[in-house]
Design a protein around this ligand. Structure first.
Ligand SMILES: CCC/C=C/C(=O)SCCNC(=O)CCNC(=O)[C@H](O)C(C)(C)COP(=O)([O-])OP(=O)([O-])OC[C@H]1O[C@@H](n2cnc3c(N)ncnc32)[C@H](O)[C@@H]1OP(=O)([O-])[O-]
Ligand SMILES: NC(=O)C1=CN([C@@H]2O[C@H](COP(=O)(O)OP(=O)(O)OC[C@H]3O[C@@H](n4cnc5c(N)ncnc54)[C@H](OP(=O)(O)O)[C@@H]3O)[C@@H](O)[C@H]2O)C=CC1
Length: 313
């Protein structure tokens, strides 16, 4: 019998690195002749998702508020193969949402796949949150997602055609999100919508799934979210430019996620290889959301974590 006690313990090395950028698990041309609409497809994770569909042959429509951003992303995504159209739109406005679908239909046809990726978020203690701050986040993240999904569903039901919706969520839909009460409540609503609509629209051939990213840093992160990452890492790590290593050491995977890992999951969920998966929310976060220690960490209030003074009403 081997005496394990005398063997040196190998150091933990975390989850293996992902396949290289540009690789795909799906066959070439999986999305040939398919139209994919991605909200917030001009930045960050939305752009990474759009890129994976484009590599597999999809025609893309990307929609968000800022035209400049959309144009830059459109040029970048067009280099990957398929055709790309961008349509400026605030998803809080159902009339503008209808116009996005009109524009998509005119360009390539009714989108076969809708990725609800656009969302809004910033950390703020609940007691400091203005009614308008609450409304902005809930209106964009939950109502905007519903308006997009509703328009997609209505058009497919009228045409008698199948389709696939993927709504991007967040793990605090299950756990709650101290400091992100508005976003966590909205994402819990998004998860619930996935479950309701998968059943309502299954009979019409429409799949509805959720997809949750873990920590996947990217260059487009807003100052608010970036500031939150800064809070998670000591100042000397920023100074030395080694924040990524510090962030990685705080994940069970011992690495952060790459945005393309979310893109691959989205491309799978909407593909012919996932036709019996609906009403499901897939978490791609290296098990970070299930993390518990043997011992509970000391409680630090959201106010303290954000370096805010006492609440003054
Ligand atoms: C980290 C874990 C997971 C991450 C998940 C993600 O979703 S990452 C994705 C992250 N990506 C994004 O979020 C991308 C899109 N996000 C955005 O464009 C902005 O964050 C937005 C939602 C504020 C814009 O919405 P809009 O054009 O409607 O904005 P507006 O300028 O009119 O402000 C509305 C209200 O909000 C208030 N307020 C704003 N900031 C703060 C703050 N830091 N503190 C307190 N309050 C704040 C502002 O004062 C105003 O209230 P007031 O004063 O009238 O009572
Ligand atoms: N990054 C992360 O660590 C995590 C992200 N997520 C989720 O992943 C998704 C993508 O996040 P990420 O890429 O990091 O964030 P970004 O801030 O890069 O992307 C948000 C996108 O939403 C668009 N958008 C915001 N408001 C509206 C609106 N009213 N109408 C239309 N488009 C809008 C923005 O474009 P524009 O400004 O042009 O309107 C932008 O392209 C979101 O759903 C987010 O909640 C979840 C967990 C963790």
């Amino acid at each position: 019998m081997t005496d394990h006690a005398s063997e040196p313990t190998p150091p933990p090395h975390g989850l293996p690195a992902p396949a290289p950028a540009g690789a795909s698990a799906l066959p070439d041309g999986t999305y040939d002749g398919t139209v994919v609409l991605v909200t917030g497809g001009g930045t960050g994770l939305g752009k990474a998702i759009a890129a994976e569909f484009a590599r597999l042959g999809a025609d893309l429509v990307i929609a968000s508020r800022k035209e400049e951003r959309l144009k830059a992303a459109r040029d970048e995504l067009a280099g990957l193969g398929g055709r790309v159209t961008s349509v400026p739109c605030d998803i809080r406005d159902p009339d503008r949402v209808a116009e996005v679908f009109d524009a998509a239909q005119e360009a390539y046809g009714l989108p076969d796949v809708l990725v609800n990726n656009a969302a809004a978020n910033f950390p703020v203690p609940a007691e400091d949150m203005s009614p308008n701050a609450w409304r902005s986040v809930v209106d964009i993240t939950l109502s905007g997602t519903f308006f997009m999904t509703r328009e997609f569903g209505r058009r497919h039901l009228a045409a008698g055609t199948p389709g696939s919706v993927i709504s991007i969520g967040a793990s605090y839909a299950w756990t709650g999100g101290p400091g992100f009460a508005h976003s966590a409540a909205a994402k819990a609503g998004v998860k619930s919508l996935v479950e309701s609509l998968a059943v309502e629209w299954g009979p019409y051939g429409i799949q509805v799934n959720g997809l949750v990213p873990g920590l996947m840093p990217h260059e487009d992160m807003t100052a608010d979210i970036r500031g939150n990452l800064d809070r998670a890492t000591p100042a000397q790590e920023h100074a030395s430019g080694d924040r990524q290593r510090e962030l990685s050491s705080r994940q069970p995977a011992l690495r952060v996620g790459a945005p393309r890992e979310l893109g691959w999951a989205a491309a799978f969920l909407a593909s012919p290889y996932a036709r019996f998966i609906t009403g499901h929310t897939l978490v791609v976060d290296g098990a970070n959301w299930q993390r518990r220690g043997l011992v509970s960490p000391e409680v630090v209030t959201v106010r303290e974590q954000m370096g805010r003074g006492p609440f003054e009403g």
